[in-house]
Design a protein around this ligand. Structure first.
Ligand SMILES: Nc1ncnc2c1ncn2[C@@H]1O[C@H](COP(=O)(O)OP(=O)(O)O)[C@@H](O)[C@H]1O
Ligand SMILES: [Mg+2]
Length: 272
């Protein structure tokens, strides 16, 4: 943290290198929600996590967020063990959780103010973050006057305003209709061009994962299958910045991932 003009603002974020090392979570019974997950995410990289319902995607995200503790393995952020939630990891959920009685600008400023920043300064920073998510013209609007996609952009701005080094998103576009969802995917691409935060995005849409991520983590298994949720494959998406969901290259990667998502767990797939 540094102090400028009498108010406290966040200093430069750490790099955002995420190390997931043999991570496992056991709740009860004889099956782990997740086991043996290992993954390195480079600073500024965007990783998407896909897989059938119940395979442990949200569990993985909650462990990285520090909302829960692993029963095996560990998570490191820039080399330091994660032991609980922290401002270095911003989390966006499917429901926006905005305060209906506060404007866009005030919603974003809320978290900034809680860090000890004065009202005026916080509102100024909030307006900049509204700009980052393309809502510069709507700073004085109330949530009820915004579409679902715009509300989720406020949710994202509110998290980015705390300068996390990692942005964790669990089905952030899951509540949106198909058309709005497509528009928001482009908005997420634009936001990524403006902020260098490391991203971990959980989604059940394979196309969304291939459209947005540098690499796609395919998870498989889960209690319903009688085996631990686990990382089955990590697929690089070498498609550059301009991605066309209809191009043969895009379809080939999506098909490869779809095959992994839908193939039943094989004998011997899980070592543990
Ligand atoms: N708090 C909990 N207590 C017991 N079991 C849980 C809990 N949270 C998740 N699970 C189980 O862990 C498995 C993985 O869940 P989850 O990570 O939510 O999957 P996903 O997000 O991929 O749908 C599921 O079988 C789920 O029922
Ligand atoms: Mg989930």
């Amino acid at each position: 943290m540094t102090t400028t003009a009498g108010s406290t603002v966040a200093g430069p974020s750490p790099a955002g290198r995420l190390t997931i090392d043999g991570l496992g979570k056991h709740y009860s019974g004889d099956v782990f929600a997740m086991r043996g997950a290992t993954l390195d995410v480079a600073p500024g990289e965007a990783v998407a996590v896909v897989g059938a319902s119940g395979c442990g995607k949200s569990t993985l995200l909650r462990l990285v967020a520090g909302f829960e503790s692993p029963t095996e393995g560990r998570v490191l952020l820039d080399g330091r063990p994660v032991t609980g939630p922290g401002p270095d990891r911003g989390v966006v959920f499917q429901d926006y959780g905005l305060f209906p009685w506060l404007t866009v600008r005030e919603n974003i400023a809320y978290g900034i103010r809680r860090r000890g920043v004065g009202r005026r300064e916080a509102l100024g920073q909030a307006a900049e973050h509204a700009e980052t998510v393309g809502l510069g013209r709507f700073v004085d609007a109330y949530p009820h006057a915004l579409s679902g996609g715009m509300q989720q952009r406020v949710g994202i701005a509110r998290v980015l305003a705390l300068h996390p080094s990692v942005l964790l998103m669990d089905e952030p576009l899951g509540a949106l209709d198909a058309l709005t969802r497509r528009q928001m995917q482009d908005e997420l691409v634009a936001i990524r061009q403006r902020v260098s935060t490391t991203v971990v995005l959980v989604t059940h849409s394979i196309d969304e994962a291939v459209y947005l991520a540098d690499r796609v983590v395919v998870m498989s298994g889960g209690a319903a299958h009688g085996v631990p949720g686990h990382v089955r494959d990590v697929v690089p998406v070498d498609l550059g910045d301009q991605r066309d969901t209809a191009s043969p290259e895009f379809r080939a990667i999506a098909q490869h991932i779809g095959h992994h998502v839908h193939t039943p767990v094989r004998d011997g797939e899980i070592a543990a």
